[in-house]
Design a protein around this ligand. Structure first.
Ligand SMILES: C[S@@+](CC[C@H](N)C(=O)[O-])C[C@H]1O[C@@H](n2cnc3c(N)ncnc32)[C@H](O)[C@@H]1O
Length: 301
């Protein structure tokens, strides 16, 4: 149970006050501590406009971190051994959730994609380790999935003739697979989602988890390893998609080479690349990509 004050604060959307949480000097029961720890669980960010996330009570971050640290470092002598372990474990998780994306535990988020019927994709994101940027779902993937992909069949009708097979689609740098899975569902086609070797197992996990949601629209997905920095000849596709692929100086040149290698040469094939203009450097990467693609004979629009 939450203490009355904390319960009230949450209901009123007020910040959680650390003094309303069970204090260790009162030797609270494990139940009281565990329910307080549950109340401190942050909701994953979903980016959904109607998400109640934004109404979450704010908190005094330093005070809460210090409260959690006290629990983790307390011997909790009045609890049984099993209770101690459980309380320490939950307090450590709450602390790691407050340590930025790199310290956050794995999570599964649900994203809705506008389609008839609506598509709900469950995307698993492992704890970020080393440089595994692809373990996180980036905002550009969601914007492309929700705002751009649904309009592509209207803008490129030659790629979606009702009498012929749906277009073949390749995703480069798919990460957790949100964009590719959304494309498979929205376009009712097969999407080959690719990334670096360390990223593909989680990508495959998300592909399997969403087989039903994608299949309901006549779509399907596959995964494969594809490193843009060492391209070899391979199959060509009608559409190549990529979200947020430019964050190292070599990326624009490698990505242009990958698009050149995999995008079909027949009239009408298209690459759809979305990247955020984070700063001057990212803008520069975008300009290099356009220049590289232009140099390879592609028209940029
Ligand atoms: C910023 S993340 C974007 C992931 C995903 N598209 C999204 O928007 O959520 C960039 C992705 O590019 C992948 N990547 C980076 N360099 C790559 C390379 N040389 N070949 C293939 N993928 C690469 C990363 O592994 C990562 O998944």
């Amino acid at each position: 149970m939450l203490t009355g004050e904390t319960e009230l604060a949450r209901q009123n959307g007020e910040p959680i006050n650390v003094f309303d949480l069970p204090q260790l000097y009162t030797k609270p029961s494990s139940l009281a501590l565990l329910s307080a720890l549950v109340s401190l669980k942050p909701k994953p960010i979903s980016w959904e406009e109607n998400d109640a996330d934004h109404d979450q009570p704010r908190e005094d971050k330093n005070a809460i971190a210090s409260y959690l640290t006290k629990i983790v470092s307390s011997p909790l002598t009045w609890l049984t051994e099993d209770e101690q372990v459980e309380v320490w474990e939950q307090a450590s998780i709450r602390l790691s959730e407050r340590s930025g994306r790199n310290g956050m535990p794995a999570q599964t988020r649900t994203f809705s994609i506008p389609s008839t019927p609506p598509t709900s994709l469950a995307i698993h994101e492992p704890t970020m380790t080393n440089d595994n940027i692809g373990f996180k779902t980036w905002g550009t993937a969601l914007i492309l999935a929700q705002k751009v992909l649904p309009h592509i069949p209207t803008h490129l009708p030659h790629l979606f003739p009702s009498s012929l097979a749906a277009p073949s689609v390749l995703e480069l740098g798919a990460g957790t697979g949100l964009l590719g899975l959304a494309a498979a569902a929205l376009w009712g086609t097969e999407v080959v989602m690719t990334d670096l070797p360390a990223i593909v197992p989680n990508l495959a996990r998300n592909m399997v988890a969403n087989e039903g949601a994608v299949g309901e629209h006549g779509g399907s997905a596959k995964t494969d390893v594809l490193d843009w920095s060492c391209m070899t000849p391979g199959p060509e596709y009608d559409i190549v998609i990529a979200a947020d692929p430019l964050y190292e100086p070599e990326h624009p040149i490698c990505l242009a080479a990958a698009i050149d290698e995999r995008l079909g040469r027949e009239e009408g094939a298209r690459a759809v690349v979305g990247f955020p203009l984070r700063d001057e450097t990212t803008r520069g990467f975008g300009e290099v990509l356009k220049r590289e693609l232009g140099g390879r004979g592609f028209e940029i629009s």
